[in-house]
Design a protein. Sequence first.
Length: 186
Amino acid sequence: MLSTIATKLAFYLTKWESSSEQIESCRYGLEILLYTILSTSLLLLVGIICGLLINTIILIIVYYLNQTFGGGYHAHSHFSCFLTMVCGLLICFFIQVSFSSCSSIFYCLTIVSFIFLYKKPIHLHQNKEYLKRKSARIIKRSRFISSLSTIVAMLLIMVQNDYGVTVSLGIIAAAFSRCLGIKQEF
């Protein structure tokens, strides 16, 4: 369905262009944009239903930033990607509600996740191979995002802020996703 809508929009937006390559690039970009808007909206709805909207926003920001700049698991369809994200979100909610008072556990897991993200700063999916020539810059950005996320998590956990645990969970989820993405190729 998203592909059909993206195709129609691409043809409309590129009606003055005759290059099939430009139309396909536009269609691909629009499909990703539409999927991101739809899936993010539905994740926010899950957060509202669970009464954890702010936590959902924080998780999405931390996870998306780390995933965007470093890569990770790549599902085979939009539906399986969305299902994976919803399950991950619900698991993070369960962990947060059950263990948020155990700040030392979150310190440790955040540090371990940070070390992994720092050592494996990027995982380019085969659809992103064209980015290899820019990998040095992408690695710097990925490490910066991982470092900044970790510093924010540590500072917020130190002041006994529940949102520090949420940031920590976003980092842990990003590291888990990157690990799965690396293993996915083998």
